[in-house]
Design a protein around this ligand. Sequence first.
Ligand SMILES: Cc1cc2nc3c(=O)[nH]c(=O)nc-3n(C[C@H](O)[C@H](O)[C@H](O)COP(=O)(O)OP(=O)(O)OC[C@H]3O[C@@H](n4cnc5c(N)ncnc54)[C@H](O)[C@@H]3O)c2cc1C
Length: 387
Amino acid sequence: MDFTLSEEHQMFRSMFRDFAQKEVAPLAQTTDHEEKPPLEILKKMAEQGFLGATFPEKYGGSELDNLGYCFLMEEMAGACMSTALTLHVHLGLAGNTILREGTEAQKEKYLPDMAEGTKLGAFALTEPEAGSDAAAIRTVAVKKGDEYILTGNKLWVTNAGIADIFIVFAKTDPQAGARGISAFIVEKSFPGFKVGRRERLLGLRGVVCNPIYLEECRVPAENLLGQEGEGFKIAMRALDYARLGTAAMCLGLAEAALREGSRYATERSQFGGPIALKQAIQNYVAESAIKIEALRHLVEYTAWLADKGERFTKEAAMAKAFGGEIVRWVADRMLQVHGGYGYMREYTIERIYRDARALSIIEGTTEIQRFIVASDIFSGYGLKIKP
Ligand SMILES: Cc1cc2nc3c(=O)[nH]c(=O)nc-3n(C[C@H](O)[C@H](O)[C@H](O)COP(=O)(O)OP(=O)(O)OC[C@H]3O[C@@H](n4cnc5c(N)ncnc54)[C@H](O)[C@@H]3O)c2cc1C
């Protein structure tokens, strides 16, 4: 067993870290306090090639593998979680889904613009009545001539207010359950496509999240992604990869919380010396570091499986469940280390604490990740369980 990173991975990691600390971190508080989408940073990221980093060179990318993508997400989340999630949904969910599932014509049409950042991506699966139970979506797509007509509402579409290209899931055969779902590439300019009012969020305040309304939205038949009826599988595959990226964001955010807490503990004095000398504080710091290292190994092992082309659904669910829970734990303890100051908006830990809360909900809640893990285990005993 060899834990040494290749020179290429080390180079990518230090490039991402450098950019995150120099360009992203200084704007994180403003992005949050002014609830500003990080468009300026995205432009700079596009110049660096980050917006299409996982794409092949012919579409403007640098073929970053899953481990490299985890480093990108870890470093960006450690600097600004709103920026990291905006990038992740654009590249990890929308761009990579087109790359994995699209025809050559679809890739040529959409990926170069996405890599350049002239078009941003979004992923629209969730609906008002279909969250964890994604197969219960009600949006329908009816084929008419060389178009599909999409009707329905999507909720919680990250990037909706700033995106141009949406991966939308709709039922082409409403009687067939999950097997009746299809995936489409929908452009915001298509007739009948509307973006609703931006949601106001507890954390992730730079993230633009809106509902979308499809009012007999006309989508050219060539924008069907995969075959009719393959949409649910496409969504689940996309979520496997995305959960790995989100676990890496949990890692980066937890590391940032630990950095803030440890530094503060050495600077803040009570009872005649730094609070870092108190065992209670040392325990919070040590326990955070232990959880973070455990998460790092889970993330990197899962990325290694994905890069080898092996199945990693269970491991991605484990990493996402563990990451979502430990980032909250670490953020909470590091806020405690800050005492009352941690509750003030000018302290970074306050933002991290709010941002962390979303990570055990997005891309499938912790409960759903546990179901995926349990279902894998029980299937080994010949028992099929249902959510
Ligand atoms: C910030 C943010 C960004 C998001 N971005 C996107 C996006 O870009 N695209 C998109 O499509 N969606 C997005 N979502 C939606 C997200 O994927 C859903 O919120 C999530 O899947 C949960 O669905 P729900 O909110 O409807 O909760 P529900 O499914 O209603 O769940 C409510 C509670 O019940 C529990 N529960 C439900 N079913 C079970 C079960 N079988 N067993 C045990 N417990 C269960 C859940 O774990 C949860 O605790 C986003 C959400 C947030 C908060």
